[in-house]
Design a protein around this ligand. Structure first.
Ligand SMILES: N[C@@H](CCC(=O)N[C@@H](CS)C(=O)NCC(=O)O)C(=O)O
Length: 346
């Protein structure tokens, strides 16, 4: 009998060190429980958290073996060894060292000097001075990083495969944007970040898609209290019963619903959650996390059909012939047409 437990990640939505680990967990496809630690409320300093992480920082991971780890790079190295699928380090010895070098440029030379603790010591409550310090520190660090990437990068930080260096860079560019760093001075960093930010694992890990992100900061956050989900041969369609100006309906190809999983909580309705990549005219303007709660049942049937559909599309890379033709999408209508495929209240 397995004694493995679901890993737990202590994280703060805005913490860039937590962000690196969130990308790694998504990259490896590891199911985990997220426990938010609100740094704005100093929750990292509580007695309870200090017992778990004496350094009073996020992130920390309770592993599947029940061991506690802190320090994002140590966590990533552990994940790489414990979950070898989808490697985050290249095979070549020298390239592996280059990846770690870039991680450390970010984690040791750039990130710590713009961290909140430092900002408070340097600038106290003067928010303008804090922003100036953070911006200048990142700009200085990015000059060297950009030059180094000029020697190591291909599509990504080191060559043409995604590595853990890309996780560190993504989170650092996120901080740079927050502090209004002029990214036009760093074309390689910008290009790599733009490429990465469209990938589902990176979207899932973004601060603005985290459960502890305040709703007014959330990107790609759409809410509907009740509606109908329709799974057609090619699309997931959601028709809101009470459309709002922000959200009327959703219409995305099934292949654009990524990293999804079925959750069956002890209490409350089953739900399916994942990352949705929007398409033109599909009702969403930004990528985001989609959670469909099946208030009147149907979640298991929905996921079985979705899984079969994806397998068949994956095998042939096209929609199976017998599934054709696709019913026309009735955009804007909250009443599903009779001839549409399975519908679920959600
Ligand atoms: N080197 C550490 C950095 C951890 C760190 O600085 N975490 C910040 C958030 S990004 C934190 O918890 N700050 C709280 C504090 O300084 O009180 C790592 O890579 O995990």
């Amino acid at each position: 009998m397995s004694t493995e437990q679901t890993p737990v990640l202590y994280s703060y939505f805005r913490s860039s060190a937590s962000w690196r680990v969130r990308i790694a967990l998504a990259w490896k496809g590891i199911d985990f429980e997220l426990k938010p630690i609100d740094l704005s409320k100093q929750q990292q300093k509580t007695e309870e958290y200090t017992k778990i992480v004496p350094t009073q920082k996020v992130p920390a991971l309770i592993t599947k073996e029940g061991k506690t780890l802190s320090q994002s790079q140590a966590i990533l190295e552990y994940l790489e060894e414990a979950y070898p699928e989808r490697p985050m380090l290249p095979k070549c010895l020298y390239a592996r060292a280059e990846v770690r070098e870039i991680c450390q440029i970010v984690a040791c030379d750039i990130h710590p000097i713009q961290n909140l603790g430092v900002l408070i010591r340097v600038a106290g409550d003067d928010l303008e001075k804090r922003a100036e310090w953070a911006r200048e520190s990142i700009e200085l660090g990015f000059k060297g990083l950009e030059a180094r990437l000029g020697l190591t990068s291909g599509i990504y930080c080191v060559g043409n495969s995604i590595t853990m260096a890309d996780f560190f860079v993504t989170a650092m560019v996120g901080n740079a944007k927050r502090w209004s760093v002029d990214m036009t001075a760093f074309p390689i960093l910008t290009r790599i970040n733009n490429t990465l930010s469209t990938l589902p694992e990176f979207i899932a890990a973004s601060p603005f898609h985290q459960p502890d992100c305040p709703p007014d900061l959330k990107e790609g956050y759409y809410e509907s209290d009740k509606g109908t989900v329709i799974l057609s041969n090619q699309r997931i369609i959601y028709l809101a019963q009470n459309p709002t100006p922000e959200f009327k309906n959703l219409n995305v190809p099934v292949l654009n619903f990524k990293n999804w999983k079925l959750e069956q909580p002890w209490f409350g309705a089953n739900f399916v959650a994942g990352v949705v990549i929007p398409v033109h005219g599909g009702g969403l303007t930004k990528a985001g996390n989609l959670k469909i709660t099946f208030s009147e049942g149907g979640a298991i049937e929905f996921t079985n059909i979705l899984r079969n559909l994806l397998e068949r599309i994956g095998e042939s890379n096209e929609v199976p012939r017998e599934y054709e033709p696709l019913p026309a999408y009735q955009g804007g209508s909250s009443q599903p047409a009779d001839d549409l495929p399975p519908q679920y209240s959600a």
